[in-house]
Design a protein around this ligand. Structure first.
Ligand SMILES: [Zn+2]
Length: 379
């Protein structure tokens, strides 16, 4: 745990003090959950894989929210990655940029973070009085290519174009309640060394977020959230440490360790049909640095996962235009094709395949559907 973690207890987290008190009395986590009547929602805020644009899909991201049932499970709002249009997806759920309690980055590929500038601009504009947003990622990491991957610099320069253009000064003149330093002052980077075993990196009351270093970019982390209402693993874009065949499987041994006994797995998923042998033209190194649906199904089964949410789909569902520069061998894929590939791996639990804003509520395992267009978001 970093010493920079917040120690104050805002009013809206007081139910967790009760949980801690009950736990101290020797009640089990499930008894606490029952008594506190809590729930956990896992919602895909964006399911597009890769930097390109397709249809109305937002860039990668997952919202994990936990809380009292009479508060719609929303006492604690944790966002994992923030791809393009994350702020719009959250708004569709009735969640504003100022409502988030913490942000966790799996890695700093642009498609996973480009919605963060927008989120922070909104938070600065309308919610400057709120506490800085915890942003968990890694310390600077030197990549094999010699360059440095820096989540710290990403945070420090999150509003650089708008500081340079005078936009921040202009808006601040009009709204003096905004922080004069700009949006970066409202981020609290919590930058951890890359942990080689599951390690707690953030907590609030009974909710603990753990991380483990996994293979994709040199600064990639996978996360696990444990709450009294259930647990979820956010694998990100992780894959095997062995970068190409021959290898046992394409999935990450670190994610498998992290996922032991968890309820839900959220993972970027590539369909096996995109492999180089099928001739679609997807570059082999890019295919091999992701996990396939079949191998993820097998891993989820080994780890005892009950629900697998596929996200960051490669390819996206339907008639994807060829703007990535490679084709889908055979016909376009639908959700059934991804589910079938997962079942080949032997997974027997629930499978949820995009689109954006589908999700799952624990502990009951209830499927959550996207809000109807034009509907009033839940408070
Ligand atoms: Zn990605």
């Amino acid at each position: 745990m970093s010493s920079r973690h917040r120690t104050e207890t805002p009013w809206h987290r007081k139910p967790f003090q009760l949980c801690a008190f009950l736990a101290a009395l020797g009640l089990s986590a499930s008894a606490v959950a029952q008594q506190a009547d809590t729930c956990l929602d896992v919602i895909l805020t964006g399911t597009k894989g890769g930097p390109n644009v397709y249809g109305d899909l937002a860039g990668p991201g997952t919202l994990v929210s936990f809380g009292r049932r009479d508060n719609n499970c929303r006492d604690l709002l944790l966002q994992f990655d923030a791809g393009r249009a994350t702020s719009i997806r959250l708004a569709q759920l009735g969640i504003m940029a100022g409502d988030l309690d913490a942000l966790f980055l799996t890695h700093t590929h642009s498609d996973h973070v480009q919605g963060l500038a927008d989120l922070m601009q909104l938070r600065w504009h309308y919610y400057s009085e709120r506490p800085p947003l915890d942003m968990v990622s890694t310390v600077d990491v030197r990549a094999p290519g010699g360059h440095t991957l820096s989540a710290g610099k990403l945070a420090a320069h999150i509003a650089a174009p708008f500081l340079a253009s005078g936009e921040i000064a202009q808006r601040h003149a009009e709204r003096p309640q905004t922080a004069a330093e700009g949006p970066a002052a409202l981020l609290n980077p919590i930058l951890v060394e890359r942990p080689d075993k599951p390690t707690a990196v953030w907590r609030s009351g009974a909710v603990v977020v753990s991380a483990i270093a996994s293979t994709h970019t040199a600064n990639h982390l996978s996360y696990r959230v444990d709450t009294p209402a259930g647990s979820v693993v956010i694998g990100g874009d992780a894959s095997s440490d062995t970068r190409k065949p021959p290898r046992e499987h394409s999935t990450s041994a670190q994610v498998e360790l992290l996922a032991q006994g968890a309820d839900v797995l959220v993972h970027s998923t590539t369909h096996p049909v995109m492999g180089p042998e099928a001739g679609g033209g997807m570059p082999a190194p890019i295919f091999y640095r992701q996990s396939t649906a079949t191998d993820l199904g097998a891993m989820a089964q080994r780890a005892g996962i009950s629900h697998y949410l596929l996200t960051h789909l490669t390819p996206s569902l339907g008639e994807v235009p060829g703007d990535e520069g490679w084709a889908i061998p055979g016909a376009p894929l639908d959700a059934g094709d991804f589910k079938a590939a997962v079942r080949v791996g032997g997974f027997t639990g629930t499978i949820v395949v995009g689109p954006d804003l589908v999700g799952l509520r624990l502990p009951e395992g209830l499927a959550l559907q996207p809000p109807a267009p034009g509907s009033t978001p839940a408070p």
